[in-house]
Design a protein around this ligand. Structure first.
Ligand code: SF4
Length: 473
């Protein structure tokens, strides 16, 4: 007769196995101050880092992911807690960490913020993984088992050739897109970007075959390649992207996807064709600005080399393949004035960019920009870690050079109102349909514009409109 057990299982052997397994709880905190990205299902992105940590964890652990992208955190029992955080969500990460530490459960923080500011993080968590998890997660678990958890674990850049795919099965089933990573690192050096500091300047590549296997294994029909640049900056990286696209075509995977790429993709028409044939619907391109001075401010070398006058031609080449252009723009570079930002908004509205991501310049810790602003005394926030919640690319957190913080906030707000106006978005939809001759791409662009509309218009503005009143030049 089976033994009835407290966990409800009737099979005593299964129950014994579960009883003996240690419990690892992985948590993805959300910025509770600004939830724009979480308002629509289409803009939520799975916490890939936690999925990788889960796949690096041996089977004598049971692993769960609590994901605030879908549900507010509620306490669960665990033996060890791992939290990931970017700068905007780190304050929430610290709040959650306190709940576990009060009960004597150790908390390990990973991710880009803790890697940039480990001394701050160690005031709120027991241990910090600095750098990529692959190099240290095994040591973290060994030390936990031996009762010798260290304060910091420093990883080098891992070789991705045989990297494990994340545990997609542990992500919340509500994600519309499967997140797939094919490479890490970037040889460029944009002043505002934390990728080179966190993932290094060297472009590291996964085995294309295992990437295609991973794509085939996920049930999602839509993918987001999370790479900072899916095509890279050299022939090896280009061949790598081509091998993945060809693999998807050969296996007839019928997935639709979008990815980030640099503007130099237009110099590779064959690759662009392969991208389209493998299901590419949208490319996020870092346009940043429509004038060379602003590009020089942020050291955006690729765009400078291709020249702002060639943007139009570049967009046309992408459209010809039935792919829409998600243009990322920055407001608040050193040469920007309110007038320059009005021009940028006008350019966004009149250009053939299909989807607009307009971000306020944000000096993330770990970047050269952060160090520069700190040295020059230009950071407006002082109350850390609480103020990190404003580092989400819509609030003004620094003193610009050629306007007041309030002028930057007002210019950005005006831009959001114009870019996100429903009539503008309807007009953009028709234009995308005309330019790409692809209904699917136009629908993708339409949905993405609605995502950015939620982010842009439904954001809290009290920081910009109360705090900045008193900050002048
Ligand atoms: S913004 Fe893009 S191109 Fe520039 S350093 Fe970051 S990842 Fe590289």
């Amino acid at each position: 007769m089976p033994i009835s057990t407290s966990c409800g299982k009737r099979n005593p052997y299964i129950c014994l196995m579960n009883f003996q397994r240690k419990r690892l709880l992985l948590i993805n905190p959300a910025n509770t101050y600004r939830k724009g990205y979480l308002l629509r299902r289409e803009s939520k992105q799975a916490p890939m880092g936690l999925g990788i940590v889960a796949s690096l964890t041996p089977p004598d652990w049971s692993v769960k992911i609590l994901d605030e992208n879908f549900k507010e955190f509620r306490y669960r029992e665990a033996d060890l807690v791992g939290i990931t955080a970017v700068t905007a969500s780190v304050n929430r990460a610290y709040e959650i960490a306190a709940i576990f530490r009060e009960k004597g459960i150790p908390v390990v923080l990973g991710g880009i913020h803790g890697s940039s500011l480990p001394d701050e993080a160690l005031r709120y968590v027991d241990s910090v993984v600095i750098g990529e998890a692959e190099g240290s997660w095994g040591r973290v678990l060994d030390d936990f088992n031996n009762g010798t958890l260290q304060k910091t674990y420093i990883s080098g850049l891992s070789d991705l050739k045989n990297a494990a795919a994340p545990r997609h099965d542990l992500f919340h089933p509500g994600y519309l897109f499967a997140s797939i990573q094919t490479s890490r690192g970037c040889p460029m050096d944009c002043e505002f970007c934390s990728v080179p500091a966190f993932n290094g300047h060297q472009y590291r590549l996964r085995d294309p075959q295992s990437v295609v296997d991973e794509i085939a294994s996920v049930p999602h029909s839509m993918l987001y390649f999370v790479d900072d640049n899916i095509i890279g900056y050299n022939k090896t990286a280009e061949d790598h992207a081509a091998a993945i696209f060809e693999g998807m075509i050969r296996r007839n995977l019928k997935k639709e996807w979008f990815a980030q790429a640099s503007l130099n993709i237009v110099e590779k028409p064959e690759l662009l064709k392969l991208a389209r044939r493998s299901g590419c619907r949208m490319l996020l391109i870092g346009i940043e600005a429509e004038n060379a001075d602003a590009l020089r401010d942020s050291n955006k070398k690729v765009n400078l080399r291709l020249g702002v006058d060639n943007y139009k031609k570049a967009f046309r080449m992408i459209h010809r393949e039935g792919i829409n252009v998600l243009g990322a723009f920055i407001f608040g570079m050193d040469s920007d004035t309110p007038e320059a930002l009005r021009k940028r908004t006008k350019y966004i509205l009149s250009s053939s960019v299909d989807v607009t991501q307009a971000s306020v310049m944000t000096p993330l810790p770990g970047t050269r920009l952060f160090e520069k602003f700190k040295k020059e005394g230009r950071l407006l926030c002082q109350d850390f870690p609480k103020d990190w919640q404003h580092f989400h690319f819509s609030d003004v957190v620094f003193n610009p050079v050629r306007m007041t913080p309030k002028e930057l906030a007002e210019s950005t707000n005006e831009a959001y109102n114009r870019i996100c106006d429903m009539n503008t978005l309807r007009m953009k939809f028709i234009r995308t349909l005309w330019n790409t001759r692809s209904l699917r791409s136009a629908v993708w662009a339409w949905n993405s514009n609605l995502n950015y509309r939620s982010v842009g218009l439904e954001r809290p503005t009290e920081w910009n409109y109360k705090n900045l009143d008193s900050v002048g030049k």
